[in-house]
Each structure stands twice: as structure tokens, then as C-alpha cells.
Design a protein around this ligand. Structure first.
Ligand code: FE2
Length: 207
């Protein structure tokens, strides 16, 4: 990928940071947001813009981090998990590519604490398809702005080049962070051996 392509992309990221700062400098004051309404209102505009900008900032930071800085040879714990959950490394890359071709925004390899397994999620926009509590390990931007200068409409070629530039050291670091968070969360959970849902099945002393 050319420096020009990356610089143009980075400008978009800076725009999200700027809007995020603008939004988070607005005081949380209910009196400034009268007549809130879910079709159109000042609060609705703010809340839609907030999640779009915030997810735009976070996803681009994860993306730029995991596609720069070398360490492009797949290695470490992540490779073992990929083989466990996708059959083979090649099968995973094929699946990631198909997800990347099928959505309009992002393809994200994440690990979810519900089953502790890897999943590739697809998203049509920054704030669409986000999965709460899932931990993003590898983020691929497939918006046209991510590749159009270098690859025009050839998204498939862009994805192939992206895959060759993945920083697997960063991906493994994120996996270690997830394992630490998961261990800490498990150690404080007081509902061991109790199904979380339905909650009405819980007895008083289970909670
Ligand atoms: Fe982007």
C-alpha cells in the first residue's frame, strides 16, 4: 500500500478524533436536550454521532496498529486458537476474506467470553454490528476509502495485501490482554455454576 493511501486514510481517522472531542465536550445536561424523540431530536442526533465517532476512532486505532510494524509471520498463541476454531490457518484466511468481501465496513476477528472462542464479525458501519464484551483481536477496514486510491474497485487484492501485512505480535498481545481480563472477571464472578439466564430461575441466595 502506498504512503498516500495511508495518509488519506489517517486524515479520516483524525476527523473522527476531532468530532469525538467535540461531542465529549458537550455537558451532560438534560436541560439542554428538551423534547427528546426517537424519530428526530437533538439528543438522538448527539447519541448517533457519539457512537459513530467513538467506534470510528477505536476501530481505526486497532486497524492501524495491527497492520504496521512488521512481525508479519503468523506465530504464537493466536495461531493455535485459529487452528482450533477454523480448522486450519488457510481456512481462517479464506473465511476472513469472504467476510471482508461481504460487508461494507469492517471484518473483525474477536474472542467472545461467552464461549471463549474466536469469531469473525462483519459490520456495515463503525457503529453497526458491534458485539458488547467481545474482545477485538484483528481489525480489517473494508470501507472503499481504505483501498480505493491503490486498488480502485479490487477489494479482493487489497485484502490479500492487508493479510500479508498483519502484525501478529500485536494480535498476540491483544489475546494476552483478553486472557488477563477474562481471568480477573472469572475470579470475581459470584454466579459460578449457575446459569445466567433465565434470571427468574435464580434463587435468592444465588445472587
Ligand atoms: Fe477507515
Amino acid at each position: 500500500m502506498t504512503l498516500k493511501q495511508l495518509q488519506q486514510h489517517y486524515k479520516l481517522y483524525e476527523g473522527y478524533v476531532s468530532k469525538m472531542n467535540e461531542i465529549w465536550n458537550i455537558p451532560n445536561n438534560a436541560k439542554d436536550f428538551p423534547n427528546s424523540n426517537s424519530t428526530y431530536s437533538k439528543m438522538r442526533s448527539l447519541k448517533l454521532g457519539e457512537t459513530y465517532a467513538l467506534d470510528g476512532v477505536k476501530l481505526h486505532e486497532l486497524y492501524f496498529q495491527n497492520m504496521t510494524g512488521d512481525f508479519n509471520n503468523p506465530a504464537g498463541e493466536i495461531v493455535k486458537l485459529i487452528k482450533r476454531d477454523f480448522g486450519s490457518f488457510e481456512d481462517f484466511l479464506g473465511y476472513l476474506k469472504e467476510v471482508g468481501l461481504s460487508v461494507r465496513g469492517w471484518a473483525i476477528l474477536a474472542i467472545d467470553p461467552l464461549d471463549n472462542r474466536l469469531h469473525v464479525f462483519g459490520s456495515d458501519a463503525h457503529d453497526v454490528g458491534a458485539v458488547w464484551n467481545s474482545y477485538p483481536l484483528l481489525v480489517m477496514d473494508v470501507y472503499e476509502h481504505a483501498y480505493f486510491l491503490d486498488f480502485a474497485t479490487d477489494r479482493s487484492k487489497y485484502i490479500d495485501i492487508f493479510i500479508k501485512n498483519i502484525n501478529w505480535k500485536v494480535v498476540n498481545q491483544r489475546l494476552r490482554q483478553y486472557n488477563l481480563i477474562k481471568a480477573a472477571a472469572d475470579s470475581t464472578r459470584n454466579l459460578k455454576n449457575v446459569p445466567l439466564y433465565p434470571v427468574w430461575a435464580l434463587k435468592g441466595d444465588d445472587i
